[in-house]
Design a protein around this ligand. Structure first.
Ligand code: NAD
Length: 248
């Protein structure tokens, strides 16, 4: 039901964390996976090796999501190399935390360029390849704080909320082409991004998560596999929350 055989999936920011888990999960479900990385070639190569060792197919692509031209050129090259691009998971993102009154213009610009512009340029490039075959899946990775807000995350939350509006608009614009566009909004997931939380912060956080634990990357990867699969053919413009019940 959730098989992705014959599909080509590009996952941005796949050298670690949620992107890495999603790349491995999609390959395990039969997709040919393009593992995107920004700086960590070695870590990305390890992901390709894990997939190959398990009998799957994967290769690499490198670009900085803030460089629009490279995003467009490299995604077009992926389509040329594989003859198709069926699934994009726009996962690459950064968090810059800090109280609102201390936010600098530079932080705002960097967050916008990476989380919003980077995801939208990648989506635009992927959607262009999906038009003719009249099929495709775009999945944006946002965040629970895009819906519920968080102290110290004003700018980050704004960029993630922006993806919700973008996904819903794209979902409407591309529905007639049989292309779905959805969002996966993770809660607090154990990755490098959340590694800086102190034990005390983690304990406080766990107390307000109904399922009583922080998430793991595989929790989010499973939602991405579902949305990419045939099983989700009638799901578009939706936000799938993977947050242990933190926000309902
Ligand atoms: P992570 O920091 O481990 O991974 C982020 C990935 O994005 C890295 O591979 C990084 O290299 C890549 N990236 C960042 N900027 C880039 C750029 N300019 N060009 C190319 N690649 C770039 O974090 P993660 O926790 O795995 O996060 C993945 C996504 O999930 C992010 O969009 C994040 O905002 C979102 N998210 C994470 C959590 C969490 O608790 N970890 C919660 C909600 C949402």
């Amino acid at each position: 039901m959730f098989r992705l055989d014959t599909k080509v999936a590009l996952i941005t920011g796949a050298s670690r964390g949620i992107g890495r888990a999603t790349a491995i999960a999609m390959a395990a479900h039969g997709a040919r996976v393009v593992v995107h990385y920004g700086k960590s070639r070695q870590a990305a190569e390890e992901v390709v090796k894990i997939i190959s060792d398990a009998g799957g197919e994967a290769d690499l692509v490198n670009f900085d999501v803030t460089h629009s031209e490279s995003v467009e050129t490299e995604i077009a090259a992926v389509e040329k190399r594989h003859g198709r691009l069926d699934i994009l998971v726009a996962n690459a993102g950064i968090a810059v935390d800090g109280l609102a009154l201390r936010l600098s213009d530079e932080d705002l610009d960097l967050l916008w360029q990476t989380n919003v512009r980077g995801s939208l340029i990648a989506a635009k490039s992927a959607l262009r390849t999906m038009l003719k075959p009249k099929q495709g899946r775009v999945i944006f990775v946002s965040s629970v704080v895009g819906e519920m807000g968080n102290v110290g995350q004003t700018a980050y939350a704004a960029t993630k909320a922006a993806l919700h509006g973008a996904a819903k608009s794209l979902a409407r614009e591309f529905a007639s082409r049989n292309i779905t566009v959805n969002v996966v909004a993770p809660g607090f997931i154990d990755t490098d991004m959340t590694a800086k939380l102190s034990d005390d912060q983690r304990e406080q956080l766990t107390k307000v998560i109904p399922l009583g634990r922080t998430g793991v990357p595989d929790d989010v990867a499973a939602a991405c596999v579902y949305l990419a699969s045939h099983a989700a053919r009638y799901v578009t413009g939706q936000v799938v929350r993977v947050n242990g019940g933190l926000y309902m």
